[in-house]
Design a protein around this ligand. Sequence first.
Ligand SMILES: Cc1ncc(COP(=O)(O)O)c(C=O)c1O
Length: 390
Amino acid sequence: MQPNASGYFGDFGGRFVPEVLVAALAELEREIEIAFADRGFWEEYHATLRDFVGRPSPLYRTERYLAGISGVPLLLKREDVNHTGAHKINNTVGQALLARRMGKKRLIAETGAGQHGVATATVGAKFGFPVDVYMGAIDVQRQALNVFIMQLLGAQVHSVSGGTQTLKDATNEAFRVWSERVEDTFYVIGSVVGAHPYPYMVREFQKVIGVEARAQCLERYGRLPTDVVACVGGGSNAMGIFSGFVDDGDVALWGVEAGGAGVETGKTAASLGAGSVGVLHGSRSYLLQDGEGQVRETHSISAGLDYPGVGPEHAFLKESGRAKYVSVTDAQALDAFYAFARTEGIIPALESAHALAYARDLAARRGADDVILVCLSGRGDKDIAQLRDR
Ligand SMILES: Cc1ncc(COP(=O)(O)O)c(C=O)c1O
């Protein structure tokens, strides 16, 4: 769906930013309109995804993970085999190409799990931009390997020690830094969040996941899946894969949020499941907030899902009923993580393990005539040290 002229998907989205950023966002919006209508822009984007990222990513039918539950086939869209190990690179390639068109001189980014930071550092090295990445101090600790990789790629990583020291505070800091240097700086946002046009732009760069997956399903199996399942932090891998199927009314769309210790405990990051409507990082959507509108502390074992907000298009899909949102606890995600590694020979990212955990629940309600498609958003190498040290 296209957002309206003010950047809303239904009641959600918009542009709630300080005055200094209004002109920068309007400039970006104008550039997107021109670039998206330019065939040459998309040719370079797709050529880069093909030769640098390794797309199309495979569609893979699992062998053993669901054995004994029901006969339902489980397909994976393998974003874990992309260069840099996750879907995040699809988006950073697109934004780096835009930054270059706009004559910007440096890139900044926020990161949670570090995957988006690595993906931004990677395109910075490839296209010749200096990169500054902002990361919460807790995430710097739990994703130490990715911090080292970003530095290896030439990026400066800034540890943010304010607030909860996770993705929300890293994003606050990146917005603050951007507002001080809008003229020469391109802010590469890592998910379908932020003020208009970011949620729309990032979705368009992640849509390749769903477009490829739909064509691969039809070509290989002559049919569409019954269910599409993806984890939701800010929501970019989910919006990416959902976009391929949103017009296929018979395909159920499932977004899986991080339940943390359980939504009923309050120690959770399930913004759609346990939050209410408010404004965070420039757009109106669901978020975890207290009675006074203060953003609540979040909890998830997975740094990439540990965010109190969610992209406005997901809020719209929830309200319209087109997609359903559920949550999976840390314990369920961990169980799926180990089971999946041992039965399939693939170590999933902890984020993706949330989608895999829900797929197992769903499988019990499906049969051999159905097909479940999961977006395997990333690989788990970055999580291994955190799990080893538990
Ligand atoms: C592998 C992986 N999957 C999922 C996410 C969550 O982000 P999003 O909801 O934008 O896809 C992240 C975020 O860092 C990630 O690294």
